[in-house]
Design a binder for this molecule. Structure first.
Ligand code: ZN
Length: 170
């Protein structure tokens, strides 16, 4: 077993509550927490915890959080879905390709035909729910991921091959 707090391998693992989080920890770390089953000398609530051990607890919990966070870097990326600029023609083309009239499409989507007409003319932005329905019904993609770090990552990613590199390879 691996201690969830310090990350060390330990034969002796105990489930304790530390700062309200259930953790499986080694003997060394278990003294920082409250035993899960409510027994033991550390079960007492608000047991006077020395400031020193408190700092250690926080430090180790932070380290644990960092370990867990590194795997989810991309979840925190600031991405959002934006409507593509030519959504109107994409919808129109997809509908025509399926031999559907605006009325047919509207009926399938439970929308008014005038709404479809306005969207196809670019007079109206489809709502999020309409976008989803259109994408599903027509099998098209009307949004694109916009990432705020896209430009910086592409700038730093991979060095560009120079003419010299190409000559060496050839
Ligand atoms: Zn430990």
């Amino acid at each position: 077993m691996i201690c969830e707090m310090c990350g060390k391998k330990s034969e002796w693992i105990k489930t304790v509550f530390i700062e309200g989080t259930e953790l499986k920890v080694c003997k060394e770390c278990s003294k920082f927490g409250e035993s899960a089953d409510g027994t033991g000398s550390h079960a007492k609530k608000n047991a006077a915890s020395a400031p020193v051990s408190r700092a250690v607890v926080n430090e180790r919990l932070e380290a644990r959080e960092r370990r867990m966070r590194t795997r989810d870097v991309y979840k925190d990326m600031d991405t959002s879905e934006d409507l593509i600029p030519d959504y109107a023609s994409v919808i129109k083309d997809a509908r025509r390709a399926r031999n559907m009239k605006q009325e047919d499409l509207a009926a399938k989507l439970n929308e008014k035909a005038t709404i479809i007409a306005k969207v196809e003319n670019g007079d109206m932005l489809p709502s999020d729910s309409l976008v989803k329905k259109l994408e599903k019904e027509l099998g098209i993609k009307l949004t694109e991921k916009v990432s705020s770090i896209a430009s910086s990552s592409s700038a730093s990613g991979g060095k560009t091959l120079t003419l010299g590199d190409l000559i060496k390879k050839g």
